[in-house]
Design a protein around this ligand. Structure first.
Ligand SMILES: C[S@@+](CC[C@H](N)C(=O)[O-])C[C@H]1O[C@@H](n2cnc3c(N)ncnc32)[C@H](O)[C@@H]1O
Length: 365
């Protein structure tokens, strides 16, 4: 058996990289002599990348077609993701151990769903993939066979399109692509002061025992990320504040739940959406009686998604709100990434509880 270890190559722009220790949520890099390689698909601004790098992995490919996200990604990682995934041949994607993707959620055509076992049929796969981005992922998984994948999506994925979307995704990953699949909905509020539920789907090419990581019971409060001196431009104008209050009152009178989300330093916010730039009504920071509330600054949004304070924001406020609203919560993915790496470092049939039993038995003798 060769004892030669693959060298960890510093990235081209290592100096530009976000420093691992530079985080307010206490990330610790996971040491790994031989870094597992991962690809960052639908990369956005690199939430998966930060997380997997902290888990000791090395990014070998990134892809996102949004020009503004590419600018943020390049500023932070020294690399511009390639564009439209539909134009990327599987052979252009370097070999990798782990495929990561926070893919957009789209309905599948009825024709595609009702066609049983279409993936197994000649050409069926290519017919089904028409226009649907999940099938771009399935194509790459099929062609490159990563040892593991981590997919992320909105909590509602399982109910989307009356459950059909999930049915197709699950069947494709398990029956058609032959991966062992685990999934879990995780609420980020145990690691950042934001209620944000997302579904995480983990798959292994050989049968493996996997457990999602444990998360703390109590998370941080908003005060931990608030800027003590936010620029005045983030305070709502009298006009907008009055409008939002009237709008909320009207809906309350009609028996609807809609309202703005007024929070203080003691709170945990609602989910930051990609539309936050519009009026910011889902998260408004109270500034005390007699002063209009304000919206979060882009930097506060970055912290709310668990990005380190050194993360560069080279785009307009509008684009920054969109980018963070679309992002994964970095410390959530980081924990899942570490669990995946630890699982891959074990022999395929490794079961933690069996090892525990053996150790306990040893101790008694
Ligand atoms: C939900 S966001 C993922 C955000 C990312 N996980 C992060 O942490 O920043 C989905 C991304 O898919 C990208 N996207 C959509 N269609 C695409 C396509 N055809 N090719 C490449 N990227 C695409 C969007 O630009 C968007 O950034």
């Amino acid at each position: 058996m060769s004892t030669q270890k693959k060298k960890i190559r510093p990235g081209k722009n290592a100096a530009n990289r976000v420093r691992e220790q530079d985080t307010i949520y206490g990330a610790q890099p996971l040491p790994s002599a031989v870094p597992l390689r991962f690809v960052d698909l639908f990369s956005g601004i690199g939430g998966f990348r930060l997380a997997f790098e902290r888990a000791g992995c090395e990014c070998v490919f990134s892809c996102d077609w949004d020009k503004h996200s590419q600018i943020t990604y390049a500023a932070n990682f020294g690399e511009t993701p390639v564009g439209d995934i539909r134009a990327v041949a599987s052979s252009e994607i370097p070999a990798h151990d782990i495929l990561c993707a926070g893919f957009p959620c789209q309905p599948f055509s009825i024709a595609g769903v009702s066609k049983k076992n279409a993936l197994g049929e000649a050409h069926g796969f290519d017919e089904k993939k028409q226009g649907n981005l999940f099938f771009e992922l399935a194509r790459i998984i099929r062609d490159r066979r990563p040892r593991a994948f981590l997919l992320e999506n909105v909590k509602n994925l399982k109910n989307h399109d009356k459950g059909r979307t999930w049915q197709v995704i699950h069947k494709t990953l398990t029956d058609d692509l032959d991966y062992t699949v685990y999934h879990k909905i995780i609420d980020a509020q145990s690691v950042v002061p934001q209620h944000r539920e997302r579904i995480f789907i983990v798959g292994f090419d050989t049968h493996r025992y996997f457990e999602f990581p444990q998360f703390p019971k109590e998370g941080p409060k908003l005060a931990s990320i608030l800027d003590p001196h936010p620029p005045a431009k983030y305070t709502l104008t009298d006009h907008l504040w009055e409008y939002l209050q009237n709008y909320a009152a009207k809906h309350k009178a009609a028996g609807n739940g809609f309202g703005f989300g007024l929070v203080t330093g003691e709170s945990v916010t609602r989910t930051l959406s990609a539309r936050y730039y519009k009026d910011g009504s889902e998260i408004l920071i109270s500034q005390g009686a007699g002063k209009n509330p304000r919206r979060l600054t882009p930097r506060e949004c970055a912290l709310l998604l668990g990005y380190p304070p050194s993360f560069k924001i080279p785009v307009s406020d509008t684009q920054a709100y969109r980018q963070f609203g679309n992002s994964v919560v970095v410390p959530v993915v980081e924990r899942v990434a570490k669990a995946i790496v630890e699982t891959l470092q074990q022999p395929a049939e490794y079961k933690p509880d069996l090892v525990l039993q053996v150790n306990e038995r040893r101790r008694h003798h």
